[in-house]
Write a protein of this length. Structure first.
Length: 254
């Protein structure tokens, strides 16, 4: 998914009875609030589809793409495809637009496919994960490495709260695409020329809440605060190094 997007949670499962089903499908919808682009101090609200399809605990498809994985005990490793929606240099009229009129002259960052490898480890109640994505777009052909830690807390029989923290590193190609300003872009926009190099891009912290209304219906929501770092924070296109993202959704698990 896009680095500025809001990750959607796994569906809330009913109390397990017997072996896991071969097919596990959840569908829903909600609303997300996020910056107009990564580094913006303007926000927008948009509808957010919620879906997750899992087959035999080996293949998954959801908002973050398609993944195949292998697991043994507390370890899980896999690979898959993901997608970066890019960035527009104007606000536009679409509900899912990812841009801002203040970027006029910067040009669009085109959509791109990403190849992802990942691993996860369950350390007691802590969930540790690490992933690397190589993008293949004409404008964004960079690499982003992300690590995270989550701690699910069962607050009630049907309510789970998961505090989480994360950090990401990005290659110079990715950083230049989203935070750099070439001399040509500087001449056409309001920003001074700026070269963004590889380094840690951001840290984040938040909490995911999931409530199982029935064995099939559930509600979920997340609030996350992100802080840009290094060249991303210092970029002239960055109006706010600290920003928040939130969503709320209702879903049904078949």
């Amino acid at each position: 998914m896009a680095e500025d997007g809001i990750a959607q949670p796994a569906p809330v499962s009913p109390t397990p009875v017997g072996p896991a089903p071969i097919w596990d499908v959840s569908l829903g919808a909600g609303v997300a609030v996020r910056p107009t682009y990564e580094g913006s101090d303007h926000y927008q609200a948009s509808p957010m589809p919620l879906f997750s399809v899992r087959y035999n605990d080996m293949l998954t498809m959801g908002p973050e793409g398609l993944s195949a994985y292998w697991h043994h005990g507390d370890f899980r490793v896999g690979a898959g495809l993901t997608f970066d929606p890019g960035r527009n240099d104007s606000k536009g009229n679409g509900l899912f637009n990812n841009g801002d009129d203040r970027l006029k002259g910067m040009g669009d960052v085109d959509k791109s496919l990403g190849f992802k490898v990942f691993g996860a480890y369950q350390l007691g109640r802590l969930s540790l994960d690490l992933s690397a994505v190589k993008y293949t777009g004409d404008h964004n052909d960079g690499v982003v490495v992300t690590g995270g830690v989550g701690l699910p807390l069962k607050l009630a029989e049907r309510l789970t709260l998961t505090p989480h923290v994360g950090v990401s590193w990005a290659s110079d190609s990715y950083m230049q695409a989203y935070f750099g300003v070439t001399p040509a872009q500087a001449a056409a926009s309001r920003f001074a020329a700026y070269s963004a190099g590889a380094g840690f891009k951001d840290v984040s912290a938040g909490a995911l809440a999931r409530y199982r209304v029935t064995d099939h219906w559930f509600v979920t929501g997340d609030v996350t605060v992100k802080r840009l770092l290094g060249d991303a924070a210092d970029s002239p296109v960055t109006y706010a190094a600290t920003s928040a993202r939130a969503f709320a959704a209702v879903g049904y698990r078949f």
